[in-house]
Design a protein around this ligand. Sequence first.
Ligand code: ADP
Ligand code: MG
Length: 716
Amino acid sequence: MMADILSSDIKFLKGVGDARAALLEAELGISTFRDLVYSFPSRYVDRSKFYSIADLQGSELPALQIKGRFIKFYEDGEGERKRLIGVFTDGRLFMETVWFSKIKTIASIYKVNEEYVIFGRPSLYRGKYSIAHPEVERFDPTKPPCGLRGIYPLTEQLRKRGIGVRKFQELVGKLFELPGMDRVADPLPREIVERYGLMPFPEAVREMHLPSDQEKLAAAMRRMKFEELFYVELHILRFARSRGARTPGYVFPRIGDLFNGFYFRELPFELTGAQKRVLKEIRNDMRSGRQMNRLLQGDVGCGKTMVAFMSILMALDNGFQGAIMAPTEILAAQHYETISAWAGRLGIRVALLTGSTTAARRREIHADLLDGSLQILVGTHALIEENVRFRSLGLAVIDEQHRFGVAQRAKMWKKGVVPPHVLIMTATPIPRTLAMTVYGDLEVSVIDELPPGRKPVETFLRYDDNRMEVDRMIFSQLREGRQIYMVYPLIHENEKLSLKSLEEGRKRVEEVFSDWRICFVHGQMKPAEKDHQMELFVSGNAQIMVATTVIEVGVNVPNASVMVIENAERFGLSQLHQLRGRVGRGADKSYCVLMTHKNASGDTMKRLRIMTETNDGFLVSEADMKIRGPGDMEGTQQSGLAFNLKVASLARDGEILARARGAALEVLASNPGRLAPASRSEKTGGTLALSEESLVLTGYELARRFAHTVDWSEIS
Ligand code: ADP
Ligand code: MG
């Protein structure tokens, strides 16, 4: 291997030295040349031409430069709102530049009637353009225009201590002047670079920092995204494989009397095609000899509970027990009711175990689980307590997985010598690209079909001043005997405020709908009180439920036909979709009303409008991810996965991700031995395929570590 220039200490770069090296390390984690190479600009500006003020059009302008003179500076506003205005002209038209801080300094540095180049993003205010805090430079006719320039995300500390954008650019320039830089080793195998038509590494990193033009920059970007995603995928696949090979599972070869008896005689409805398909997938997993780890995604109301129950029957037919864990007591209770009704007809014993189960009852349950006379256990977190032991747990179903962390999953697995099969169910549909990555260690099944006869929930967007109209609609539904949900957002930063808005909402509802019984649920309530209030609604004794998002997951009240969501702009789209899923469960037409205020921003309205346009959870979820980025997606935060992607975006680069995954699969297939996990210690206990630590590495960090365990020259 040639001497690795990229591993050189950053202090040896010309213009750095000890003090700056310490600063770069502390602020940006840059300690080697390689770190600097991977510190890409966060955006680029086009300084290849001068704009004139007459060129400015529209409201979404990029940062740009204008040549001209200041004709005067003056201060405006008082106290907090004080600002400095510079009137700038390009010789033909005028515009304003504005500073909100450092007013004194700026007024003293810049002179009127001298030639400057100002640079910044013009924004439109009251029909006029202005630039806030522009970069200002003396115009220098001897300097050639510098084209595309990278802007780096630097910290306040760096700037204070002399490393601003320009200094940083200068350091990067010095780095790429070094003779070895166009010969550095490519972290991707040559074969992959060639086959996928990628820009070679030395050229790509140079273009990322010092782009020659838009086209080259785009190609460089593609290459770096590919590299990043390739390593993420390689990592995930590598661990997923070793888990697959490592973890034996119970073999359930039989479809027996319970399954068949239920299927042919007791099934209360015809299964949908999707339910049948998923049951087949689960059956194949459970007789394969490998432990099943399957994620079942399906929109609210698609019938996941039935799939869970019938999968448990497969375990029971083979002499094993089954468990279902739900995130809340109410949900666990609902599952218990549904499942014991079905199971009762087959003579199967089911029990419910939650935090409020009495000690005496617990002891019974514990004993019956151990001797095997209790076949199905339904419950909450209480299920994973140490003292809950099964004689032979064959299948554990976890409902609404985003409420459970990875750690709980692992606990479930520890319940036997051979881990039980695990089926995780979620109604938060995760777009394919994200699922492939986030749940790289899980197989994914999808129920993409609702039971027949479901009517989509009609969704409206209404402003506060349409409230009368909304009330009228509610009245007419109440008179027809329907029930209503009214949901208020939980304001995390300010729980007092959130309760206040909920209280006010309740007062109003009690006044307007005084003839009906109203129940009231919020997160700070004691569980017993909450359950009591929920029960009022579930049993139909209350017709209106005023609540915070505690009702989000899983409650099933088919008679409820209206969901009113207050301050809808405060919810994520996936969350709105979940809430909407509470209605439309019966035969009647249902409605969802999203309340927001008149002056909601354009983006907010765009987001909310998606809800009125589709009932498809996957479309909602994709749109949500595009808008918010996957970091915020429900289901990803708690899944324990936090890939800090530097250049790639799971939301936008699905295509590159798919190609990178393909390349990673090829590499694994062509050289499985070499790519086996480097050391056993990388694995966590249980059957979690990915170590917690490895999950927070970025693709590039993975690349760095991985480079030592693989010799690419041997692959081809
Ligand atoms: P989710 O997938 O949201 O958990 P559930 O399992 O609660 O959905 O099912 C929602 C409702 O649809 C339940 O009342 C259930 O009995 C009913 N259901 C499930 N599958 C079918 C089907 N194939 N045909 C008709 N109704 C069904
Ligand atoms: Mg459910």
